[in-house]
Design a protein around this ligand. Structure first.
Ligand SMILES: [Zn+2]
Ligand SMILES: [Zn+2]
Length: 332
């Protein structure tokens, strides 16, 4: 029997279509050439020796005199930092200059690493850099929202193989971000506490969608997952923004992020994915009603007409089965 399920924060509905249910192992990817990439490419702008192909570093981490991570401005950014935040009317239409800041985090000098295969120190450098750049960008009063994300593989929208994450900071908070914030604020006004903290408590009580729990984090296949293997990592300590993550949490986050991506990579044979760190807007860095988290979306299905038309996603796989599948993956 198919069923509707509601995301308790955003109020969005999904359909879990068990009639045409697919088993989690139906999503195991065909063997790809990705695994046989070289460790260095002469024509890769992010490989060591090619630093002149990118703008100078904004931030770097070095070890024994050579860089192990670099942050550079995005040369092909959709938004540009020299513009204004001026909004204008064109007749009845509203527009604004394309002001924003876009940065690329080159996570390692090694071309063929992935988060799932790199050393834990490299993952830790990466998540530490997320916090560093978040702090630096949040000082810019013209910015409202800082989005940290990672596109992995062509289906996830990147053709650049070299391991990298991105940050885009915008002067605009769009409805897609504002609407759940508004809903969680309303819930907090009504019930007096954070709806995400309540949701985590319920997920822990039911247990069936929990992939992993560590000292500081909870990994789940959400109750109202929009697509197969949507996976979320929530901090157990209430914090509305990634900006305030502590050092012990940061260490645990590096390990839990890597382990979760390993489960997906080993279990499903290295699928393409996007992940996004969702923090509250800069001015809401310490609020009771929002709770930061990571959402990982493996690119296993394509939204079709009904999804585009209604925003109601049809998910053919039970989140409970995905969580069970991920728990069972042997990570060496
Ligand atoms: Zn490279
Ligand atoms: Zn909370």
């Amino acid at each position: 029997m198919p069923e509707f399920r509601q995301n308790m924060v955003s109020k969005e509905w999904v359909i879990i279509a068990t009639e045409r249910a697919k088993r989690p192992d139906n999503f195991i990817q065909e063997k790809k050439v990705k695994n046989s990439l070289p460790s260095h490419r002469a024509d890769c702008p992010f490989c060591p020796g090619n630093e002149s192909m990118t703008p100078p570093s904004l931030f770097s981490i070095e070890k024994n005199g050579v860089w192990s991570l670099r942050v550079v401005p995005n040369k092909f950014a959709a938004l540009q930092s020299h513009l204004t935040t001026q909004r204008n009317r064109e007749g009845r239409f509203l527009k604004a200059d394309g002001f924003g800041i876009a940065e690329v985090i080159i996570e390692t000098p090694v071309h063929n690493h992935t988060i799932a295969t790199m050393g834990l120190e490299e993952v830790r450098n990466t998540v530490l850099t997320y916090r560093e750049r978040y702090a630096a960008l949040s000082k810019n009063e013209r910015l409202e929202l800082i989005t940290i994300f990672r596109n992995y593989g062509e289906k996830a929208g990147t053709s650049l193989e070299h391991p990298h994450s991105q940050i885009i900071a915008t002067p605009i908070v769009p409805p897609h971000v504002r609407t759940p914030l508004y809903q969680s604020q309303l819930a907090c006004d009504t019930f007096g506490d954070c709806i995400y903290c309540g949701m985590m408590e319920e997920e822990r009580r039911q247990g069936v969608r929990v992939v992993k729990e560590t000292e500081y984090f909870l990994v789940i296949s959400p109750f109202a997952s929009r697509s197969p293997f949507e996976t979320r990592i929530y901090p157990k300590i209430h914090r509305s923004s990634y900006a305030t993550i502590s050092d012990p949490e940061l260490n645990d986050f590096a390990a839990v992020l890597q382990e979760t991506l390993k489960r997906l990579s080993i279990g499903l044979n290295d699928p393409d994915y996007n992940y996004v760190i969702r923090s509250a807007p800069i001015e809401d860095t310490n609020v009771k009603y929002h709770h930061w988290y990571v959402v990982i979306v493996p690119k296993l299905t394509t939204p079709a007409g009904f999804e585009i038309g209604t925003g109601i996603y049809i998910n053919t796989t039970l989140p409970e089965h995905c969580a069970e599948f991920l728990r069972r993956v042997q990570i060496q």
